[in-house]
Design a protein around this ligand. Sequence first.
Ligand SMILES: Cc1cc2nc3c(=O)[nH]c(=O)nc-3n(C[C@H](O)[C@H](O)[C@H](O)COP(=O)(O)OP(=O)(O)OC[C@H]3O[C@@H](n4cnc5c(N)ncnc54)[C@H](O)[C@@H]3O)c2cc1C
Length: 298
Amino acid sequence: MEIIEEIEKLNIGEVIKNADMREYTTYKAGGKALGIVIPDDVRGLIKLLKFLKDNKIKHKILGNGSNLIFSDSLYNGILIKLDNFNKLEFNDNYVTVGAGYPLTKLALRTARRGLTGLEFASGIPGTVGGAIYMNAGAYKMDMGYITTTVKVLDPNLEVKILTNQDLDFHYRSSFLQKVSGYICLEATLLLRKGDTEAIMEVIKDRKQRRIESQPLEYPSAGSVFRNPDGDYAGRLIEEIGYKGYSIGDAMVSLKHANFIINKGNASGDDIKKLIKEIKSKVKEKYNIDLKVEQEFVE
Ligand SMILES: Cc1cc2nc3c(=O)[nH]c(=O)nc-3n(C[C@H](O)[C@H](O)[C@H](O)COP(=O)(O)OP(=O)(O)OC[C@H]3O[C@@H](n4cnc5c(N)ncnc54)[C@H](O)[C@@H]3O)c2cc1C
């Protein structure tokens, strides 16, 4: 029996066969994956992970695919989406939220409750799990500032609670990135009381700033490179004359040089080649090693 049919037989949730990664990434690029599984609950997730381990099948958690570049060849494994881990609970200034919950929606929900602290996240199109993993942030704020604890599944498939300190948050980095095999199930955030109208005003202002400075009309995955100390990756890319430069349909945005956009039919490999070329030109001209913020998935 095919692996994917065996997974269907586990009866743990929705199974999407032969998934086209153009539909599951914000770059709208990449090849196919053997399958995507959307487990109903933690028990189903554990059952799936045990099955994958026993059958030596690779897997990866897929959030909203807003930081990922899939290659054009088959991802010969299973992607796991935690869409059903979508609880949202308020307890005074604490919010406990499932890993699959969209960050932009969370920012609006907390704003409406008169809770301040998540305004920075209102334009970040990831899930809570992806944001914890990446320590997503903007405007000098990030998840590390507001996260108190995270419920995880550890590599032994046991449910554990990690504290903010355990999570070791740094610029676009967290413990979950450094030690593989941990899955974020839910996060508890501590916000502060504020005024809904004032919070919504900040969100509106940030949205306008993003519309003006980012190519949101095209598929992308946000900033390609981390900013080097004391400088901006976008500035360096402009300096090497790459604004508007394309490989296939992957193009350095004219609006924001640290964004690569998909003009239509960019392949994962076009994006990858363009990133490599920029990296080597910046190294050649400035002797700076730009670090890629986005993740390649093979
Ligand atoms: C237009 C645009 C603007 C953006 N602006 C910003 C910005 O201002 N600031 C910023 O930081 N980022 C920004 N991003 C990038 C991106 O949205 C963030 O990195 C986001 O946190 C990724 O979340 P995701 O759910 O899409 O994760 P994915 O891209 O699906 O996955 C990213 C990584 O997280 C892992 N992961 C996902 N969920 C879990 C989980 N539950 N447990 C363990 N690991 C998990 C995945 O395996 C993968 O390794 C932007 C992207 C776009 C397209």
